[in-house]
Design a protein around this ligand. Structure first.
Ligand SMILES: [Zn+2]
Length: 290
């Protein structure tokens, strides 16, 4: 379902972006997950403030959520569970740079300036997962963030699914689409354990997701569920989360190694492949003791 808006300028303005966002929505009276590529601020007249204004205008009072993930809170033990997609000793230097999670902690640079702009909006709510927090704006913001817990990091996406929400990609491809992690969890894909600084202590984070770099491969399968508006050399896309879940759950059940990345050095994707091939290894080592 392709729609193209003709443009006189390579920079998009508020009205064009708002119309594009409205055109790609499926449930125009429902909530949405909004994913903004960092470079979009340079492609819109007025920068990130215009992007924020267009999102608010297009959502018309409905609730929307965004990831505001903060990996700088993460710390690593010297020894930890096996098959966990990490070389513990290699991560020790990261511990010295780690910081405690707090509600004002800016999101990682990979998310660009959008999370900071949203965080500063009056009334924005933030969930309290020290690494995988979400921001929520709108009348159901409290319910959206309350759906998350340390044990259920994808609670806000589960909430969006129950509310028949959309996933909106603004200049972004599916490598930013964190809703695919929710599908991985539904499919029972291997997860990891991580640790982060929060409330003056180290918190263990089960159910931690793997790598997103292979998620771009989902695009062709999701095409029938994608509305897209081209804006010069980038695009705004919208998908109904329910159809996205159906299509990708079916994919992961047929091919448990789908959507993993091609980097041979990726420890996370390697661990998922090993788990598919050989299952969980016993973690006890008593048999090896003298
Ligand atoms: Zn990977």
């Amino acid at each position: 379902m392709e729609r193209t808006l003709s443009l006189v300028s390579t920079q998009v303005g508020f009205r064009t972006l708002t119309l594009a966002l409205e055109a790609v929505r499926w449930n125009s009276n429902g909530p949405a997950l909004i994913l903004v590529a960092p470079e979009v601020e340079h492609r819109v007249r007025g920068g990130i403030a215009t992007v924020l204004g267009a999102v608010q205008a297009a959502m018309r009072g409905n609730t929307w959520i965004i990831p505001a993930f903060t990996s700088r809170t993460m710390v690593y033990p010297r020894v930890g569970p096996p098959d966990n997609g990490v070389v513990y000793l290699a991560m020790q230097a990261a511990n010295a740079r780690a910081t405690f999670f707090h509600a004002d902690l800016p999101a990682d640079p990979e998310w660009g300036p959008f999370p900071e702009a949203v965080r500063r909006l009056p009334g924005t709510r933030r969930s309290e997962h020290p690494v995988l927090s979400f921001l929520a704006v709108g009348p159901q913001a409290e319910a959206a963030v309350a759906a998350q817990s340390i044990l259920d990091p994808w609670g806000p996406i589960r909430w969006l699914h129950a509310e028949d929400g959309d996933v909106i990609l603004i200049g972004a491809d599916h490598t930013l689409n964190v809703a695919i992690h929710y599908v991985e969890a539904l499919a029972g894909r291997k997860t990891f354990v991580r640790w982060a600084l929060m409330d003056r202590r180290v918190v263990e984070l089960p159910g931690f997701p793997g790598c997103r770099r292979g998620f771009g491969a989902a695009a062709s399968l999701l095409e029938p569920a994608t509305r897209r508006v081209h804006l010069s050399d980038w695009a705004v896309q919208g998908l109904p989360l329910e159809r996205m879940v159906q299509i990708l759950l079916d994919l992961l059940r047929r091919d448990p190694m789908a959507l993993l990345c091609e980097d041979p050095l990726c420890l996370l994707c390697h661990a998922v492949r090993q788990h598919v091939l050989y299952g969980a290894r016993p973690t006890g080592s008593a048999a090896a003791l003298p």
